[in-house]
Design a protein. Structure first.
Length: 84
């Protein structure tokens, strides 16, 4: 639970070159811990439905950002999205 929270809160803040470093730090702090992938099937279906309705492209990058924003909403009282 602690590792999942650390990852969910911090991972969206990092640039892509910093992600492997962060993963290395968390694997050093929690050696051998394998996190199960969360079940996001219903969320994925809703994401794809909304993308079709709004004529948006459901790319893997877009899906990753939606998941990151959702994860931050769950663990934070407030946050700000900056950029495009």
């Amino acid at each position: 639970l602690v590792l999942r929270s650390i990852i969910d809160v911090n991972l969206p803040k990092f640039l892509s070159p910093d992600v492997p470093l962060f993963e290395g730090i968390t694997s050093d702090l929690y050696p051998g811990v394998e996190l199960p992938a969360p079940d996001r099937a219903a969320m994925r279906r809703a994401f794809e439905t909304v993308c079709v309705e709004r004529n948006l492209q459901a790319t893997p990058y877009f899906w990753d950002k939606v998941v990151q924003i959702y994860d931050m909403m769950v663990v934070r009282h407030g946050f700000m999205i900056v950029g495009m």
